[in-house]
Design a protein around this ligand. Structure first.
Ligand SMILES: [Ca+2]
Ligand SMILES: [Ca+2]
Length: 467
C-alpha cells in the first residue's frame, strides 16, 4: 500500500502543476491553475494493455485486456479483479492487435435479460488477418462469460490502425470503428489506403468485407445489415460513415454520435458522425484548408518498394494531391482538430531528437467519453473528455447546450506521464477512471518526450475533492 499511496501523491502533485488552459497558452505549466481540486490513486496495476473500459450496471468496471485476450471485472473501490473470460483464437500484436472493443447489451442485468456482452478482436484466418465481433453470455452466479458466438467476421485488420471501439446506440444498433491499418505509412507504406473504397454488391454477396477499412459500421446485434442504414453510391452495407484514418473514440451524447480520430502529423479530429458522411481521409486531414498536409500516395509511385517512407520529407516520384483538389460533395469536416498548424511548421524538431513524432501537434486521441450536464465539477459540465496517449492528459471540449457543436476552448486536464487509453466517469460524476497503456512514449512533466511511464498497465482514479 505504501507504494500505491506514494504514486498517488506524485500523481496529485503533477495535476496541481498542470491544470492550464491549453488553448490560451501552448507553453503548459506556467499559468492558470484550474479551480477544481482532484486527488489521485492507482486502483490496480499489472494489467496487460487494458483497452476498452465500461461502467456496468453491476457497479463494476468491465475492461478488455488487449494482450492477455481477456475480459476483466474490476471492483472500482478495492481494485479486486475477476477474469470473466480468456478468449481463444485471438491474434495479439505489440500495439494494435488483440481484444479491443467491449459493449454490454442495453438490457444487461435487467429482469429477463440474457445478459449479452459483445467484444471485438483480431484473429488469423490462414495467412490473412481479420477482425471480428463476438457475443457472449454473462452468468452472475458463476461470474463468468461463456459461449462466444460470431456476430460479424472477416473485416479488415492488421498490425496498425485497427480502430476497435464498439458501442450501442440509443437505437439499439451496434456501432464499430475500423481504422485503415496504417497503410501508406511505416512498414505498410506501399499498401493503398482503402478508406474511400466502397463495397460492391458482389463483395457483399460473398460476405467479403475487405472494403470496410477506414469505416464506421452500424449493425444489428445478429450481425445483419440494418434496413435503415445509409445507401452510399447505390449500395446499402454495414457502412455508417467512411473516409476515416484511425477512429478509436466513440460516444453518443443523446442522439449525436461523436468520434475521436487519429490524424497524421497534424489534425487529430473530433467528428460528429452522420449517416453516409465522408470524413475525408486520406485526401483531407482536419479541415480542407491546404495547411501542413498533402496526400502523398506512395502506392501510386513507380517501384514503391525502392522508396523510403519519410513523414518529414516526401520522396520524388510520389504523387501529391492538395486538399482543395479533392471535392467530394458529402465531405464532413471535423468539429475540432488537435491541432491544425500552418504550412511551414517544423515537424522535425531537433529538440525532440529521435522522438520527433512526439513533438508533432497531434495528441493521439484514444477515446472519448462524456461528462454530464449535472456533473459535480461545474466547469466540466456538458464536456467531452478525450484521452491523449502521447501527451498523458485528458483534453476537455465543452459542448454547446444543444450538444450538436463544440464551444471554442480546449482544456488540458489531469496530466501524468502515462499514455491514457480510456476514461470512464463514475455514475456519481466525482471520479474519472483512466486506463493506461503498458509501453511507448509520452510527454513528461516538463513537456519533454520520455519512454519512462509512471504507471503502465494501470487504472488511475482521479477523484474530485471540491464541493
Ligand atoms: Ca477527417
Ligand atoms: Ca487540412
Amino acid at each position: 500500500m505504501n507504494k500505491l499511496s506514494l504514486i498517488g501523491q506524485a500523481v496529485a502533485l503533477s495535476i496541481a502543476a498542470c491544470g492550464v488552459s491549453f488553448a490560451a497558452n501552448n507553453a503548459a505549466h506556467s499559468t492558470v491553475q484550474i479551480e477544481q481540486p482532484f486527488k489521485a490513486h492507482v486502483l490496480i496495476s499489472g494489467l496487460d494493455a487494458p483497452w476498452d473500459m465500461v461502467w456496468a450496471p453491476d457497479g463494476h468496471l468491465w475492461v478488455t485486456e488487449r494482450k492477455a485476450a481477456s475480459i476483466l471485472r474490476i471492483d472500482p473501490k478495492t481494485g479486486k479483479k475477476d477474469v470473466l473470460i480468456k478468449l481463444d483464437g485471438v491474434h495479439v500484436g505489440p500495439q494494435h492487435e488483440g481484444v479491443l472493443g467491449l459493449a454490454l447489451a442495453p438490457d444487461f442485468m435487467k429482469d429477463g435479460s440474457k445478459n449479452y456482452v459483445y467484444a471485438s478482436y483480431t484473429y488469423m484466418d490462414g495467412d490473412n488477418e481479420h477482425g471480428k465481433i463476438v457475443r457472449m453470455e454473462y452468468d452472475p452466479k458463476t461470474n463468468k462469460l461463456t459461449n462466444p458466438q460470431d456476430v460479424l467476421v472477416g473485416f479488415p485488420a492488421g498490425n496498425d490502425h485497427n480502430g476497435g471501439r464498439l458501442r450501442f446506440g440509443p437505437d439499439g444498433k451496434l456501432y464499430y470503428t475500423i481504422g485503415e491499418q496504417g497503410h501508406n505509412q511505416g512498414a505498410n507504406f506501399c499498401k493503398p489506403i482503402d478508406a474511400q473504397r466502397l463495397p460492391t454488391a458482389a463483395e457483399l454477396e460473398k460476405k467479403d468485407y475487405s472494403a470496410y477499412a477506414g469505416k464506421v459500421l452500424r449493425l444489428n446485434t445478429d450481425g445483419s445489415i440494418p434496413d435503415d442504414n445509409p445507401v452510399i453510391d447505390g449500395i446499402k452495407s454495414h457502412l455508417f460513415t467512411y473516409g476515416h484514418r484511425n477512429p478509436q473514440g466513440l460516444v453518443f451524447v443523446g442522439d449525436t454520435l461523436y468520434s475521436s480520430e487519429q490524424g497524421p502529423s497534424t489534425d487529430d479530429e473530433l467528428n460528429i458522425l452522420e449517416a453516409g458522411g465522408n470524413y475525408g481521409w486520406p485526401h483531407v486531414a482536419g479541415f480542407r484548408d491546404d495547411q501542413a498536409y498533402v496526400y502523398a500516395n506512395y502506392s501510386k509511385a513507380k517501384d514503391c518498394a525502392s522508396l523510403k517512407w519519410d513523414p518529414n520529407h516526401i520522396p520524388a516520384g510520389v504523387p501529391i494531391q492538395k486538399e482543395t483538389d479533392w471535392n467530394a460533395p458529402n465531405f464532413k469536416p471535423p468539429v475540432k482538430t488537435f491541432f491544425t498548424v500552418r504550412d511551414g511548421y517544423t515537424f522535425n524538431d531537433a529538440s525532440c531528437g529521435d522522438s520527433f513524432y512526439m513533438c508533432w501537434p497531434t495528441i493521439a486521441p484514444s477515446s472519448v467519453t462524456y461528462y454530464p450536464k449535472d456533473g459535480v465539477v461545474k466547469s466540466w459540465r456538458n464536456s467531452l473528455l478525450i484521452t491523449s496517449m502521447k501527451n498523458g492528459a485528458i483534453y476537455r471540449v465543452l459542448l454547446n447546450d444543444d450538444d450538436k457543436n463544440v464551444q471554442g476552448d480546449v482544456s488540458k486536464e489531469l496530466h501524468t506521464a502515462n499514455r491514457y487509453r480510456m476514461a470512464v466517469v463514475s455514475p456519481d460524476t466525482r471520479k474519472i477512471f483512466v486506463a493506461t497503456d503498458n509501453f511507448n512514449g509520452v510527454m513528461d512533466d516538463s513537456n519533454k518526450p520520455t519512454h519512462e511511464l509512471s504507471n503502465p498497465g494501470s487504472i488511475i482514479v482521479f477523484e474530485y475533492t471540491g464541493k
